[in-house]
Structure formats: C-alpha cells, structure tokens
Design a protein around this ligand. Structure first.
Ligand code: F6R
Length: 617
C-alpha cells in the first residue's frame, strides 16, 4: 500500500524523504514522488511511475535544496499507475501539495462540484480532488488559514485516508490527518518526521506519536505538534510512545532478501512469541490477555476467527487446535466475506482477529461490525499499537519482529504459536485437556524453535536443488490432511504470490473429487505427510498420484520410508505432535517458494501487484 514520508527540520529534506521512501518500499507500490519547498516559498515536485530509484534518477537536482518536504510511494487504486497519477498532487493554484494513502469514496461528487466552480484535474485520482477541495475552502474565505481549510475538507470526505499536506505560503508547516490508514509522527530535536510507520525515522528519534483515528495535526518548528479532532477541532494531548524498533531489525543483515532473512529468523521469532508465556518448568501458560477474560472465553457460544490471506490460513489451524483441545466451536471467516453477508453475531461470541500488520482494512471493518453487535474482540497482531491492536478488547502480540518481505513467513509461524498457546491454555482451564497431555504438549511446543533450526540447516541446500528443477513449472498442487491441509494452502499461496506460478492447495482426500484430473507427468505435487496425522491415508493419496505419473515432492518425518520410496523428491523434517507439525512443515515450503521465485528472477520482497499492508477494502 501507499507509503508516506514527510520532514521538517534542519537536515536535507531530500535525503530524509528518499531514504524514508526506500524503507517503505516493502509495503508494495507502483510509482513514487517527492515535493520540497525550495527555500523561496516555491514547491518543486518530481514524480514517476516505477521505483524509488527511478525517482532518484529524475530528482537528484533537488538534493540540498530544502529543509521541508514530503514523498510518496503509490499503490494504484483510482487510476492506472502513471506519472500523472503519482503523488504528490498540486492544487490548481499550485500552492498546495498533498500525498495520500487510502480511498476517498465520495470523490466523484466533490469533483463534479469543483468542476462546476472552474477547477480542472490533471489526473484520475481521488487525491487531486481532495487537494483542490482544500484550495476551494481557502479561496472561499481569505480568513480561512491552511490547517482550517484542511479540516473543512476532511469533514466533507468519507472513506479512508492518511494525508500530509504542504502549502507554499506556510513555510516549515506540515498538516496531516488520519482516518483508517496509519500515520506516525517522529519527534526529534528541532525536527519532525511523518511516516506510514516508524521505519523511515527510527535512526533519528525513538519518540513518536501515532495519530489516532479522526485526528489531524499541524506540525511546525515554531509551534510543535498541535493535534485536533477533525470533526470538532478539539485539542488533544498526545501520548508520546518510546519506539522499540531498531535500525538493525529493519535491515537485511547480509541476506539477499528480507524474505530469506525472515525465514531464517523463525527459531527466534517463535521462541520470542512463547517467551514469558510458556513456562514449561512451572507447567503453565501465562497469557494475561486470555486470563483476564477467561470467563468470556469459557462461556463463549463459539469463537469466530476473522482474517485475510496467510493470517486466515493460521486461523484455520487455530480452529483445529481450539476445537481439539478446548472443545469450543470455532468458525473461521474471510474478513471481507464476513462483513458483507449479514452474519449472526451475539454478545456471547468471541471474535479473534488475526493480522500481521494490524492495519488490514477488511479485518478492521469486520471487527468493527462484530464489536457493534456486542461480541468480545481479541486481537492477534504483530505490529504493536497498530489500528486493530488498538480497537480490540484484549489480545496477544506475536513478537515476531518487523516483517518486511511482502510474503508473510515468520508472522505466520508466530501466529500458529500464539494460537497453540491459546488452545492449550483454554483446554487446560476448562478441563478438556488433562494435565499429563497438557504437560507433554507444552514440552513439545517448547522444542519447536530448535526443530525449526534443524530444518533450516538440514533442508536449505536440498530445497535449493529441488527448486532448480521446477523453475519452468506452470502449475503446482499442494496437498495435506488435518492440520496440514491449511499448511498446504499456505504453501501454495507462498509460491503463487512470489513466483507467479499457479498453485492450488487442497485437502489430500479431496483430490479425487476434481484436481486429480490435472495430474500427469508435468504436474508437481507437494504433499505434506508427517507420521502423526492420517499417514496411511496419505500413503494411498501418493499411490493415486504416482499411478498418474505426477511428480511428488514429499515433506516427511526423518527416517520415513513408505511415502519416501514412492516420491520423486523427499524433504525430511523432525517429528512433533500433529497439532504443531504445520509450524515445522511450513519452513521448507517457504524456502521452496523463495528459491523457485529467485531462480525465475522475480522480485521476491516486492512481488507485483501486492502490498504488505492492505489498507483499502
Ligand atoms: C501473504 C500475505 C497476505 C496477508 C494478508 C493479511 O503472504 O502476506 O496474504 O497475510 O494480506 O495481512 P495481515 O496479516 O497484515 O492482516
């Protein structure tokens, strides 16, 4: 999704904005732009379709010229990716510049009104409409100052936005606003930073304000940060947060891609997610978020898990875990479907939202609906203080650290870790999981980081060799049963999103109800076949595939013979309880997708058309 960077202070604004945009590249984008105030109260804009480096090629003359500026990476919504549609956009009088993340839903009506007043538009964007609406309010009454005009305009629009606006007659001033899309303000010593997340300014300051929904701020060196509500203009005293993010966490540390780095971080990220929660020696799971609301969970009619994409796959495994160990009925819903199908929700329901970014618009909207209906809302987010984390009644962070690669890897295994902890904790508490089983399961869970470490070292080279044989594949099937059916869905999603090879995940037994028709000697089939978990049935499925000459890549436990003998390629992983096996089995599948994509020359960290946090519905 779009990335926003702004700066006002004493340093070269060009360098700060361009480096900030580079940090936000992971969000996914198709064009980039910058605007600076050149010291003579003139705005200078450069923008282009393409990457930040393309912007650098056309804008380096701006270097050293300004102490205030802002930049944008655009992920197209209204209007194709093009130079014209790129941000920043200027108002008709050329005095105002805006950058925007989100969608102005009523832009058409406003555009018609402005056109009637003589305004013209150079782009197809909703954003250009907004900046002209601000000009309109300033033109209407000479007394209306810049921040007031922004506020008037924001009161006229609906949709989702994070905006930053500059006015050439207001040197040193940035006006920002937020509804639905995130925006952080970094507070330095005689300098201020604006960004979609803290990564562009983390090396300059550790203090930040996360602008709240429906708030705007006027930021200037003279008067600091003045925060108001957009509707009432009421003054807000902000909470200044201390950032825990470090520069090292958001750099590649010698890996070729963030995705590979994040795959290799999983022993640590899973361990960090359990740290302080899973206390094996004491035989307890400590999770304040669950414990403080244990009666809500205990008395829940059902648990509804809502999420999108990879997080939805984690939710499916969560369903298996919670139903097996806590015996509470669980439904898993795509957030985008849940919201629009008039679901039955009562105040006896518990809704668990899973989101790495904590900003996914569909998940957010579904949560708001469930909240309105009185359900208890629990969040599983990776990004601390994200929008979803803030609207939930309670929650648990996955402490996976920043995930920069667009394809989710370590966030997924961390989500599975949290869901395992929740299921075991609830099961133990409500008496469905006996003490002996509980103790053995927590010991097994505690051993998972080491098992991931073993898988990474034992399969890394092997998977690279397997990947080489499938660089030209056009289709893939991923099969699994039980807990590993969602793991198969996730394996297929990883491959398709970064390599652009069509891939489908299926429950292995369903194969004979359709997909078996696709199998011939050209069809690679990844099959997840750990010992614990319907192994004999999987053996039959492999036989069915081999009878049709399909190419089997099997993920099996160390020392496996039966499936291995029938398979063309074998990836061995250590044994664990069936319920935790997706955490371990996912790791070689992530590597497989990664290396196939790398060998095909794909942009692994920023796959085409995808965004890291999807802040539009
Ligand atoms: C796939 C992927 C997406 C996200 C989905 C939800 O690798 O990353 O499918 O899982 O967009 O995002 P979050 O978890 O941030 O709500």
């Amino acid at each position: 999704m779009c990335g926003i960077v702004g700066y006002t202070g004493f340093q070269d604004a060009y360098d700060i904005v361009i480096n900030g945009l580079r940090r936000l590249e992971y969000r996914g984008y198709d064009s980039a732009g910058i605007v600076l105030e050149d010291g003579n109260n003139k705005l200078e804009v450069e923008k282009t379709k393409g990457k930040v480096e393309d912007l650098v090629n056309i804008s380096s003359q701006l270097k050293g010229k300004a102490k205030i500026g802002m930049g944008h990476t655009r992920w197209a919504t209204h209007g194709v990716p093009s130079d014209r549609n790129s941000h920043p956009h200027l108002s008709n009088n050329g005095k105002l510049a805006i950058i925007h993340n989100g969608i102005i839903e009523n832009y058409d009506t406003i555009k018609t009104m402005l056109t009637g007043k003589g305004f013209t538009f150079k782009s197809e964007t909703d954003t250009e409409v907004l900046v002209n609406l601000i000009q309109y309010f300033m033109d209407l009454n000479a007394e209306t100052d810049f921040p007031t005009a922004v506020r008037y305009a924001l009161n006229e629009v609906y949709g989702a936005y994070a905006i930053t606006v500059m006015h050439e007659d207001y040197p040193g001033v940035l006006v920002v606003g937020r509804l639905g899309s995130p925006l952080a303000i970094g507070i330095g010593d005689k300098e201020y930073f604006i960004a979609s997340d803290a990564s562009p300014f983390v090396e300059f300051t550790k203090e930040a304000i996360y602008l709240e929904e429906g708030h705007m701020a006027t930021i200037s060196l003279e008067n600091g940060v003045d925060i108001r509500t957009i509707t009432e203009n009421s003054k807000i005293i902000p909470e200044i947060q201390k950032l825990k993010l470090s520069l090292e966490q958001i750099e590649k540390s010698g890996y070729e891609h963030f995705m590979l780095k994040e795959i290799f971080e999983q022993p640590k990220s899973v361990h960090d997610t359990m740290r302080g929660r899973l206390l094996v020696e004491e035989g307890v799971i400590k999770m304040a978020g669950i414990w403080d609301h244990i009666e809500r969970f205990k008395n829940a009619n059902r648990i509804i898990i809502i999420a999108c994409g990879t997080s939805w796959h984690a939710g499916l495994i969560g369903e298996y875990l919670i139903e097996e160990y806590a015996r509470i009925p669980v439904e898993v819903e795509y957030a985008s479907e849940f919201r629009y199908r008039n679901p039955i929700i009562t105040d006896k329901d518990v809704v668990i939202a899973i989101s790495q970014s904590g900003e996914t618009a569909d998940t957010m909207a579904a949560l708001k609906l469930a909240k309105e209906k009185g359900a208890f809302i629990y969040g599983i987010c990776n990004v601390v203080d994200s929008s979803i984390a803030r609207i939930t009644d309670a929650g648990s962070y996955t402490h996976a650290g920043p995930e920069i690669g667009v394809a989710s890897t370590k966030a997924f295994t961390a989500q599975l870790t949290i869901l395992s902890l929740i299921a075991l904790k609830l099961g133990k508490h409500n008496g469905n999981l006996g003490n002996a089983d509980f103790m053995s399961l927590i010991a097994e869970l505690d051993a998972i980081p080491k098992k991931i470490e073993d898988v990474l070292s034992s399969t890394h080279e092997l998977v690279q060799n397997i990947a080489k044989d499938f660089v030209n594949a056009t289709n893939f099937l991923y099969l699994g049963r039980g807990y590993n059916y969602p793991a198969a869905l996730e394996g297929a999603l990883k491959l398709k999103e970064i390599s652009y090879i069509h891939a489908e995940g299926y429950p292995a037994a369903e194969m004979k109800h359709g997909p078996i028709a696709l199998i011939d000697e050209n069809m690679p089939i990844v099959i997840i076949a750990p010992k614990k978990g319907h192994y004999d049935k999987i053996v039959s499925n492999v036989q069915e595939i081999k009878a049709r000459k399909g190419k089997v890549i099997a993920v099996v436990n160390n020392g496996d013979t039966q499936v291995s003998e029938m398979s063309d390629y074998v990836i061995e992983i250590p044994e664990t309880s069936e319920c935790f096996s997706p955490i371990v089995a996912s790791v070689p599948l992530q590597l497989l997708a990664y290396y196939i994509a790398v060998y095909r020359g794909a942009n692994v960290d920023q796959p085409r058309n995808l965004a890291k946090s999807v802040t539009v519905e």
